[in-house]
Design a protein around this ligand. Structure first.
Ligand code: ADP
Ligand code: ADP
Length: 225
């Protein structure tokens, strides 16, 4: 688990401001949600935390270490997107193993890591299946396992349930809460769904027009438990 801090981080594309300079401090082990309408800068913020896009200005720290110039793969951060982006020609097991193989993890250690990650998302029985044989919810579980297999200290999730129908989405919200507790990692979650943010979050960061409008617990922001 790790603390994440953005120090005046901002992004501009020519004349367009995707994110105004932002100070955000996410506590180690916290579940923080970026909530706001489309175009408010949520994905931009998440991508800068991941390192996939470079800030126009500002700095990023993880546990007090400046990672502004550290490559995405070396930030101890895991990413899960709305599109599961599984490799269609690989089994579930190989999809989860792929990144660990790229990192040259030893074979025995790799097997343990993949099996543990699949168990965590309750997809062990599907290890030999292919993505096309799975439902959307199952595919998203595999995408989560692929991220968890690394045991990153910080996990970034960009609308991971956005492609699922309402019932499955609600079920997976419960699963994501369970996984947050089980992993003990810091979660930063993007959604435009207020109910989802209220259900999941320790704190919500309300975004609008490329700015953070408010940060607080669900109770602080909505006078709800
Ligand atoms: P959200 O995730 O809240 O929907 P984004 O972070 O994707 O918002 O986008 C914030 C703003 O930045 C939007 O106005 C969007 O059009 C703009 N933007 C994002 N990426 C780019 C880009 N690559 N080039 C130009 N403008 C961009
Ligand atoms: P390698 O040939 O890369 O050394 P292994 O001998 O560990 O890999 O496994 C060969 C293949 O068997 C893997 O690519 C994977 O498809 C499959 N496999 C290994 N372990 C499991 C498992 N626990 N469950 C399902 N499939 C597995």
């Amino acid at each position: 688990i790790a603390k994440v801090q953005t120090i005046g981080i901002a992004k501009r594309y020519g004349g367009t401001t995707a994110l105004e300079p932002t100070e955000l401090s996410v506590q180690a082990g916290e579940f923080l949600t970026l909530l706001g309408p489309s175009g408010s800068g949520k994905t931009t913020m998440l991508q800068m935390i991941s390192g996939l896009i470079e800030p126009t200005e500002g700095r990023m720290e993880i546990d007090g270490r400046d990672v502004t110039d550290v490559a995405p793969g070396k930030r101890d951060i895991g990413l899960v997107f709305q599109s599961y982006a599984l490799f269609p020609h690989m089994t579930v097991w190989d999809n989860v193993a792929y990144g660990l193989r790229m990192r040259r993890m030893a074979r025995r250690e790799l097997r343990v890591a993949v099996d543990a990650a699949l168990t965590m998302v309750r997809m062990n029985e599907y290890a030999r299946r292919y993505p096309r044989e799975l439902s959307g919810g199952q595919q998203q579980r595999v995408a989560l396992a692929r991220c968890f297999a690394y045991r990153p200290s910080v996990i970034l999730l960009d609308e991971p349930l956005g492609a699922l129908d309402k019932k499955l989405r609600e079920h997976m919200q419960g699963e994501i809460r369970r996984l947050h507790l089980e992993l003990g990692a810091t979660f930063i979650y993007v959604t435009h769904d207020q109910d989802e943010a209220l259900t999941l979050s320790d704190r919500i960061c309300l975004m609008n027009q490329a700015r953070v409008e408010q940060i607080g617990t669900p109770a602080d922001l909505y006078d709800r438990p």
